[in-house]
Design a protein around this ligand. Structure first.
Ligand code: PA5
Length: 424
């Protein structure tokens, strides 16, 4: 379901030269023998996920949808990005679906937090607080405000029916609060880290509340598992992509720009940046993941890509069949001179912009382009794409001898912040 095209990537090495390294790293993933092997639960998840819990997610989501106008998802990082990526990609940016999904717990901005609190004041609200550690400060700060708001608005008993907690099965402050208040809870598996958790209740509950078919996501996930259950670089596009990344970095490309022509996929890029940035950026190694949305950003970053320092390559994440299309109308007066497009589909215009840009960046700009093509913007494709990037990420990190599943560097800012905040 995902095709990779390496013809525009200027690869100076043959990907097959990496086959034996890929074989070894494939074993690390499949046999759980590589670095960080406590966190490879996502590999077998398409087969092994708990069906009973999955049914409970669907039931809870249906109840919550009945109850609220606004559904608040309170979490950060891996406990936030995947759900938002799916909801924006699959529902679009102006879907007008009920309930409205709002994200909190992902910032200390007093302006943002106040705006949300004012916005929800007179609305019917439900909350899903999500934290694996149960102690993340951004999330805990927002959740205290939300909990007090809910209890004042609905009383303790009804508030408890409107709050769902997704957290560790046994540990953490959030688990303690959830038990004491009798919130419905969902478990984040021990062996799946935050940035790989969109396929667990972390992502699936909010996605289901947004009215998206999570069965289709799991179908896509399983198809990807079946397609990528091989180390063969000619058969596994995720591993081919992982190797291309290594070759391009060997050629001096230290930044990868994920480019989409769909504005509703901007959050997919944010999710992807976390996945690759947090997994690979360690020990002074890694490729800086960045993103752009074209053609919008061709009118800003396009200049740098075309003529700036040659530090980056582009990975085009293309969609073959758009979710919607429309015909461009004719106009008798043609005062804007746009009749040359009359009768053409707007998606065709988008695709021609893509083709022209690819040629400009490749031929004139000398920027390597890898192309990943998705068939459509469906829930099944979303599930498939997640697994594709998970596999690619695990492989590309192991090829670099990096543990893909920890994030020791994110603790440094927290330590400093806690000292400044006076936390004991
Ligand atoms: O990928 C990760 O592990 C992080 O981004 C975490 O998801 C993020 O820090 C939130 O952590 P928690 O779910 O413990 O609140």
């Amino acid at each position: 379901m995902i095709k990779i095209n390496m013809e525009h990537a200027f690869l100076q090495e043959d990907i097959h030269a990496y086959q034996s390294q890929v074989d070894t790293c494939h074993e690390y993933l499949m046999k759980k023998t590589g670095k960080g092997n406590d966190y490879v639960g996502w590999v077998e998840w398409p087969n092994a996920y708990d069906r009973e819990e999955f049914s409970r997610i669907k039931k809870t989501a249906a109840d919550l949808r009945e109850k609220c106008e606004v559904f608040i998802v309170c979490g950060i990082g891996g406990s936030y990005l995947g759900a938002r990526a799916a909801i924006e990609m699959l529902n679009g940016l102006y879907a007008n679906t009920k309930p409205e999904i709002i994200f909190m717990g992902n910032t200390f901005s007093s302006t943002y937090i106040s705006h949300v609190m004012k916005y929800i004041k007179d609305k019917e609200v439900c909350v899903n607080v999500i934290s694996k550690s149960g102690t993340t400060t951004e999330t805990a700060l927002a959740f205290r405000l939300l909990k007090q708001f809910m209890e004042e608005k609905y009383g303790k008993e009804e508030a408890a029916k409107r709050i769902v907690a997704t957290t560790d099965k046994a540990r953490g402050t959030l688990k303690t609060i959830a038990d004491k208040e009798h919130y419905e809870t969902f478990v984040i598996p021990d062996d799946i880290g935050g940035r790989y958790s969109v396929i667990t209740p972390v992502g699936l509950l909010p996605i289901a509340v947004a009215g998206i078919d999570i069965d289709a996501i799991m179908t896509g996930l399983k198809k990807a598992y079946d397609d990528m259950n091989t180390a063969d670089l000619d058969a596994n596009p995720a591993y081919a992509y992982a190797v291309c990344r290594r070759i391009l970095q060997n050629q001096g490309k230290d930044a990868e720009m994920l480019v989409s022509y769909e504005p509703s996929m901007a959050m997919v890029a944010e999710w992807w940046k976390q996945l690759f940035g947090e997994s690979e950026g360690k020990e002074g190694k890694g490729i800086l993941p960045c993103s752009a949305n074209f053609s919008t950003d061709l009118h800003s970053l396009g200049q740098f890509i075309q003529e700036g320092k040659k530090v980056l390559y582009e990975t085009l994440l293309l969609v073959e069949k758009p979710m919607e299309d429309m015909e461009f109308p004719s106009d008798a007066a043609n005062e804007d001179g746009m009749n040359y497009l009359a009768g053409k589909s707007i998606d065709w215009v988008n695709k021609m912009a893509c083709q022209g840009t690819l040629e400009a960046h490749e031929v004139t700009g000398n920027v390597p382009n890898l192309i990943l093509t998705l068939p459509d913007m469906s829930a099944e494709t979303f599930g498939y794409m997640c697994y594709f990037f998970f596999r690619a990420c695990g492989m590309t990190c192991y090829l670099l001898d990096i543990n893909p599943f920890n994030q020791p560097g994110v603790e440094v800012y927290k330590k400093n912040m806690f000292r400044l905040l006076g936390k004991e």
